[in-house]
Design a protein around this ligand. Structure first.
Ligand code: AMP
Ligand code: GLY
Length: 424
């Protein structure tokens, strides 16, 4: 079979890598892909926003299944269009993707179905929001309703910070129409974890757990990023807690969506806050996490194409999904300046040496070719991922591989997975 993957980050490289091991996949296309993906797939330079050209690729190349990596095309209805054209596709429709593209939709759905999440109010008026913040006091969380590339959430420790956030969203309109509505939300305490599951809208199959590292510097200092590293499993998600998350959160969410007429197909990613063993939803994403996918798919034993086809065809209940026991750790290497303005075009060396190490996979994110040389072309450049007999061994291998790689201005955190190692 032929499969098309849309996107060009570390997540999509991990997806293509997994597909390349499938017995039933003969050919992988990726739009637009990156320098790493180009080694296992045919990369076609089509923008992820250009649905008509993507559809042309599917038609002219006889693609059997399209897998959508990022949230943006999902939230703009790529699945609706492909399904209308009779094409097999993996991901939720525009209505389902609202779980991520509208925080108000998500919170209202959770609240009206009694699914645990922070208390909140929605505002379209700046003055009313300001009054509510004064009434509630700090700490408090301010969120823009729409997609804001991960920058639309402000955890304010003082009232002044909360007013600043409100101004940025509603007056400066830093996120445009995504800030037409704001959510003012109770600030939850506890430990965060990511919980991803496959679903065809009826059956839900959890993936192994994982944890992201959002801040740019060690010890969770500095600005928020797309994610600087991840590991799997996350020890905080014990088997009992996973059962609770399935019963109290994921299953009711899929049922709630169905009651709204939405058959949600694809990946459901719940960002959770866990306190005293009790989980609440911080947010939902409508796709695989990046970089969580890199360690999670490194542990997948079952043929990924088989899972993808089962979801797209609504028969997930018929297959058994198995995982490898060895943990995995992914260390992201970023460009100088990221998550602010970053440099591009630096030559990357040592990729082969890193890749040769046992249990190591170097997933590319922001890379491209300049002639035959691999150069940096994005903020997050590589996701160096390793498995090992325990988290400590996986971490040691990942960092050994990182040491082999070089480009000017490269940055990485040195404490990925320490959180798991330090747990009692
Ligand atoms: P979100 O995009 O909603 O996950 O928010 C991004 C990050 O903001 C989360 O990963 C949390 O670290 C933080 N956050 C979001 N909502 C809350 C909340 N209600 N209480 C505390 N922290 C939050
Ligand atoms: N790593 C967080 C995300 O994919 O949204």
């Amino acid at each position: 079979m032929k499969v098309l993957v849309i996107g060009g980050g570390g997540r999509e490289h991990a997806i293509c890598w997994k597909l390349s091991q499938s017995r039933s996949v003969d050919k992988i296309y990726c739009c637009p892909g990156n320098a790493g993906i180009a080694q296992i797939a045919e990369c076609i330079k089509v923008d992820q926003h250009d649905f008509q050209s993507l559809l042309d690729v599917v038609k002219y190349e006889w693609v059997d299944l399209t897998i959508i990596g990022p949230e943006d095309p999902l939230s703009r209805g790529i699945v609706d269009l492909f399904e209308k054209e009779g094409r097999r596709v993996l991901g939720p429709t525009k209505a389902g993707a609202q779980l991520e593209s509208s925080k108000v939709f998500c919170k209202d759905l959770l609240r009206s179905h009694g699914i645990p999440t922070a208390e909140y109010q929605v505002f379209t008026s700046y003055l009313h929001a300001e009054e509510y913040i004064k009434f509630k006091g700090a700490p408090i969380v301010i969120k823009a309703d729409g997609l804001a590339a991960g920058k639309g959430v402000f955890v304010a420790s003082t009232i002044e910070e909360a007013f600043d956030a409100l101004r940025i969203i509603m007056k400066d309109r830093a996120f445009g129409a995504a800030g037409d509505k704001v959510i003012v939300e109770e600030c939850l305490q506890g430990e965060e974890a990511s919980f991803m599951a496959f679903t065809d809208g009826k059956t839900i199959v959890p993936m192994v757990s994982s944890q992201d590292h959002k801040r740019i510097f060690d010890n969770d200092k500095g600005l928020n990023t797309g994610g600087m590293g991840a590991y799997s499993p996350a020890p905080i998600l014990t088997p009992e807690l996973e059962k609770t998350v399935m019963e109290k959160i994921l299953e009711p969410t899929v049922r709630a969506l169905r009651s709204e007429g939405i058959t949600y197909k694809g990946v459901l990613y719940a960002g959770l806050m866990i306190r005293n063993g009790i989980p609440s939803v911080l947010e939902y994403n409508c796709r695989l996490g990046d970089p969580e996918t890199q360690p999670v798919l490194s542990r997948l034993k079952t043929d990924f194409m088989e899972i993808a086809m089962a979801i797209a065809e609504g028969r997930l209940a018929d297959i058994r999904i198995e995982w490898l026991p060895d943990p995995a750790v992914c260390v992201v290497i970023s460009s100088k300046g990221y998550p602010g303005q970053y440099r591009k075009g630096d030559v990357i060396t040592g990729l082969d040496k890193a890749q040769e190490l046992e249990g190591v996979q170097v997933f590319h994110a922001g890379t491209s070719f300049r002639d035959d040389t691999v150069v940096t072309s994005g903020g997050r450049v590589l996701g160096v991922t390793a498995t090992g007999k325990d988290i400590g061994a996986a971490k040691a291998r990942a960092y050994e591989a990182v040491q082999k790689i070089h480009f000017d201005g490269m940055h990485y955190r040195k404490d990925i997975a320490d959180r798991a190692l330090k747990r009692p």
